[in-house]
Design a protein around this ligand. Sequence first.
Ligand code: WA2
Length: 269
Amino acid sequence: LRRESLDRAEERLVSMCEERARMLQEQFGVTVNHVHALAILISTFHYEKFPSAIDQETFAKYTGRTSFERPLLNGVAYAHRVFHHEREMFESQQGWIMNTMKRELAPPQIEYAPVIFSQDTVSYLARIDMMSGEEDRENILRARTTGKAVLTNPFRLLGSNHLGVVLTFAVYRPDLPADASVEQRVEATIGYLGGAFDVESLVENLLSKLAGNQDIVVNVYDVTNASEAMVLYGPPSLEDQVPLLHVSMLDFGDPFRKHEMRCRYREKP
Ligand code: WA2
């Protein structure tokens, strides 16, 4: 008798966890695909058209109107690649000077990635050299060598201070061949399109709508480094001696990173 009710409790935990993992992965996937399309939009309408067919106002309007396509992002922005020898010219053309993430004047570097277009919800990114932030910089370098969607490890985002991850796509000159080498990719990079998954508030919102939400505790971890899992979502775990625990695999589309969802009952079943 006791055995049977434990089996039922376990079955219910597994199904609730798998459902949540599927939903989250699905919403991540559609968001990543849409950001990919935005990167191609920039390549087409900012680079290929001369003069550019996109300015800050157009970018803000379009990304605001299509934000329903990116339900887990708090906004998107485009950071343009600028080399040091172009900096003076760039800053005088823009009529502003780039800042670092810490809101200081950007010190001399070989190259920069100042945000020139931003969705209104992340307007605080404007003029910031995204290469001045450790996580963003790593993403930028990995995005342009791979040509794929890349994610940072979990960290506290600018603006909200919420726990989340940043998604980055490189924007390439449209003449980049499909089978390009790493060197060709880096050379053809004109900028970076991305945004932040505000996991702390947007995943909370997603999960709160599901039945049975009060019964279970859900955590999402970055387990890229198996020996030190990093919490991306949920309360800090209270040790692993939980009678029932289910782990669901998550694939957020960056093969370099591993994520998983861990679910347990809030109280003993
Ligand atoms: N977006 C939003 N909040 C952030 C953040 C970010 N990066 N970094 C820290 N907090 C413009 O990779 C290019 C967006 C980065 C893209």
